[in-house]
Design a protein around this ligand. Structure first.
Ligand code: ADP
Length: 259
């Protein structure tokens, strides 16, 4: 089933300056789609349109064939959870409480989270290996720790689609491994994942679909392991790449999740 779709999507922040042009994408349920492209190519803008934060003039974004602009915020939060790129560090909520914010779409107005909400939050924290952070305050975490907590909060929300803007940007190698494997596990559970990143190894490891943006247009789409050849990587990033088979040593890198 097509879960998320754009039809001839264009977007401008200022009249006459198109940031996204004529983007048509079909994202199937239970897949991982990785947005690649140079800085300024439009990845964050596309993510904000897909999450409903930015609204193009025309109706161009659809979730399960429903126009996103016709879905109420509460209903939308049951479809999509969003991990933004810049996570605010000015809240002193404890991590466990922050995680239960992901349940807000199920908690009645003026009510508090219930024991099952805390249970769900703790279960996700355990899956991501961050239970030791549960009693910490959000504004006392490192950027990478905050990023992990925000990924966990998105999962706690229990939406079918999870959209993440550079979720691996500031996490260390240990947690990069954990997050990549976790994203793959979410896909296996049937979640539809869209994420942007700067590391082309990530879609290759995840055996994901890729959408490569260039100046707001789709330059290339397809299975990462089919389209991300050394040649296309050079075309996208404008520099030479070395295949690991050409290296004079055994490269220490993450292993593909699926061979
Ligand atoms: P990426 O995520 O690929 O780095 P962005 O979507 O952040 O790309 O940016 C694409 C273009 O849109 C850039 O030229 C950027 O300067 C511009 N842009 C991003 N946000 C705004 C904004 N709020 N107002 C005006 N222009 C913006």
């Amino acid at each position: 089933m097509i879960k998320l779709e754009t039809r001839d999507l264009s977007y401008s922040y200022h009249a006459g300056q198109a940031i996204l042009s004529n983007i048509s994408l079909e994202i199937n349920e239970g897949t991982i789609t990785v947005l690649l492209g140079l800085n300024g190519s439009g990845k964050t803008t596309l993510i904000k349109v897909l999450t409903g934060l930015l609204r193009p003039l025309k109706r161009t974004t659809f979730i399960e064939s429903k126009d996103i602009t016709q879905i109420s915020p509460v209903a939308l939060s049951k479809f999509i959870s969003y991990v933004p790129q810049n996570i605010s560090d000015d809240t002193d909520f404890a991590v466990l409480d922050y995680l239960t914010f992901g349940r807000m779409n199920t908690i009645k107005f003026y009510s508090s989270p219930k024991s099952e909400d805390y249970k769900r939050a703790k279960a996700v924290a355990e899956e991501l290996g961050i239970t030791d952070l549960l009693t910490e305050k959000m504004n006392e975490l490192s950027g990478g720790q905050r990023q992990l907590v925000t990924i966990a909060r998105a999962v706690v929300q229990d939406s079918g689609i999870i959209i993440m803007d550079e979720p691996t940007a500031s996490i260390d190698y240990k947690f990069l491994n954990i997050v990549i494997r976790y994203i793959y596990k979410l896909k296996q559970q049937g979640k539809t994942i869209v994420l942007s990143c700067h590391n082309p190894s990530i879609p290759l490891l995840l055996n994901a679909d890729v959408v490569v943006l260039e100046r707001g247009k789709v330059k290339m789409t397809g299975k990462a392991r089919e389209v991300l050849t050394l040649q296309t990587l050079c075309d996208i990033y404008g520099c030479d790449f070395i295949a690991s088979s050409q290296l004079p040593y055994e490269e220490a890198s993450l292993l593909p999740i699926e061979r």
